[in-house]
Design a protein around this ligand. Structure first.
Ligand code: NOJ
Length: 540
């Protein structure tokens, strides 16, 4: 029998360290702050923490610009704080998943500092350079954060390539030395006892900019297999999750091949782009709900037995799901629970992004109150292109990454208990109403509901490996599916919208088999606004 992996029934919680818990009053979350909140996470029942980057970094992109992979940024603490976090989490059966940013470093990384000194510096070839004249770019490739993907270094008469900010030069994976240096660094973290890694924009590492290839380059899987062989495969219980914006199910089957040759799972984003016009996240469109069901069902079917899904609505780059596809006003509680139900009933490993378990919402700040480089660049770019102010702000309110980055709302004290100082980004003013303290002990809270879902996945194998069948595929409101294995059968039956819907429970499930519901009372033959139910029965 195949060895059981801890993530087959475990849920992961993502921490964005800057915004989770400050312990020293400087307004920035830190590692000791996280340690102080481990019991909260233990209570929620999660088995792993994905920690967004805490390495040394000038913070141009909040830590996704690393200047030392083997040290902790002083604003987050020290390496010994990190070691203590790994240990303290371990005592609570929680593993720490580090965020590995391997596509690029910071321009302040010693490798880049050396690389830009001269063309014959041993580190020059750690990055991607092209000869050229000032003002004549090698090509039209754009940075994901606006502007060109090339920046000129006059002393070298060369451009360096950066898919993200100018302060995030792309590493050259064609260079064997780069790859070996990375593997060594990963083994060092594995020796420290981390439980896994999330691999930032990993599908971009095999770029071939001369052929305009950024994602899914020809050597991508060769590189990943080598990476996996040299590092992760030393320990079969290391979780690895690749961030892959360009994955199709076919590609994801390679990435998460059960033979363990690449990763254990990937984040794919097909569902996440269904409320945008064309390829641009800032161009808003209403959610195509039927398409959402189709897309999620496709991934469930395709990866069953042949790969492994990561299940998520939220992360630090996405707006809050309750504001996005739920209703963050009169049905905030109901819709947050419904969205959680739809997600946690599926096959794969669910991820909860900090505050999602409380139903935290998006914000609408004035421009000066935002901090994110992507958002601020977008504003400038669209302003210069003549977009009306209101339209730009609408996009920012809907999709800006700072929606997810406001401080965690712990209690009703000043700054929501996040800090005693001035928070680096303003706290969502609704913290007096939405906070952990008011939810932990309340059996009807969103927090308690998440707790029940997390426990459900541990107790019932059908949620770990049951086959998935979508029901009501064409229905404009109902999201329903069945999961079934040899032992159990479950029905997830949800109203995705705020209109009451007349609809019968699909045959074969009875009221006494109701396992979980977000309403105390149910009506026969209808689902209330955002009503979510799970029915569960033993077979034979
Ligand atoms: C994806 C990360 O999730 C995002 O926050 C970051 O800006 C880019 N990769 C660049 O590292």
């Amino acid at each position: 029998m195949a060895e059981k992996k801890w993530w087959s029934d475990g849920v992961i919680y993502q921490i964005y360290p800057k915004s989770f818990q400050d312990s020293n009053g400087d307004g920035i979350g830190d590692i000791p702050g996280i340690i102080g909140r481990l019991d909260y996470l233990k209570d929620l029942g999660i088995k792993g923490i994905w920690l967004s980057p805490v390495y040394r970094s000038p913070q141009d992109d909040n830590g996704y610009d690393i200047s030392d992979y083997q040290d902790i940024d002083p604003m987050f603490g020290t390496l010994s704080d990190m070691e203590r976090l790994i240990q303290e989490a371990g005592k609570r059966d929680i593993r720490i998943i580090m965020d590995l940013v391997l596509n690029h470093t910071s321009d302040e990384h010693p490798w880049f500092q050396e690389a830009k000194k001269s063309k014959d510096n041993p580190y020059h070839d750690y990055y991607v350079w092209r000869d050229g004249e000032e003002g004549v770019l090698p090509n039209d490739l754009k940075s994901a954060f606006s502007g060109p993907a090339w920046t000129y270094v006059p002393e070298l008469k060369q451009y360096y390539f950066h898919q993200f900010s100018v302060k995030q030069p792309d590493l050259n994976w064609e260079n064997e030395k780069v790859r070996q240096a990375i593997y060594e660094m990963i083994r060092w973290w594995m020796d420290k006892g981390v439980g896994g890694f999330r691999l930032d924009v990993i599908d971009c590492i095999a770029k071939e900019p001369d052929r305009m290839i950024t994602g899914n380059g020809p050597r991508l899987h060769e590189f990943i297999r080598e990476l996996s062989r040299e590092t992760f495969q030393r320990d079969s219980q290391i979780l690895t999750v690749g961030e892959t914006w360009g994955a199709t199910p076919e590609i994801a089957k390679k990435y998460s091949n059960p033979d363990g040759s690449e990763f254990t799972m990937v984040f794919q984003f097909e569902h996440s782009g269904l409320d945008q016009e064309g390829g641009c996240k800032w161009d808003l469109a209403p959610l195509d709900f039927r398409k959402l069901k189709q897309v999620l069902a496709k991934w469930q079917k395709e990866l069953h037995g042949q790969g492994w899904n990561s299940l998520f609505w939220d992360n630090h780059d996405l707006p809050r799901i309750v504001s996005r596809w739920g209703n963050d006003k009169e049905y905030r509680v109901e819709s947050a629970k419904m969205l959680a139900t739809v997600l946690h009933g599926m096959e794969g490993t669910p991820y909860i992004y900090q505050g999602e378990e409380l139903g935290m919402t998006n914000v609408q700040y004035s421009l000066e109150e935002y901090r994110d480089i992507e958002l601020l660049n977008l504003y400038k770019e669209r302003k210069a292109a003549g977009y009306p102010e209101e339209e730009i702000m609408e996009s920012i309110y809907a999709k800006g990454r700072d929606n997810a980055r406001t401080p965690m709302q712990w209690d009703t004290s000043e700054h929501a208990g996040f800090t005693t100082g001035t928070p680096w980004i303003k706290v969502n003013p609704n913290y007096t109403k939405i906070n952990a303290a008011s939810q932990i002990a309340d059996p009807d809270s969103i927090f308690s509901y998440y707790k029940a879902l997390v426990q459900m996945r541990k107790d019932h194998t059908v949620f770990q490996n049951g086959e998935f069948t979508l029901l009501f595929a064409e229905d404009p409101d109902i999201f329903a599916y069945v999961r079934e294995n040899d032992e159990e059968k479950a029905l997830v039956f949800c109203n995705f919208h705020e209109t009451t819907r007349d609809v019968e429970v699909p045959e074969g499930f009875a009221e006494e088999e109701l396992f979980l519901c977000n309403y105390k009372e149910r009506d026969l033959g209808t689902l209330k606004p955002y009503e979510a139910r799970i029915y569960l029965k033993k077979k034979g």
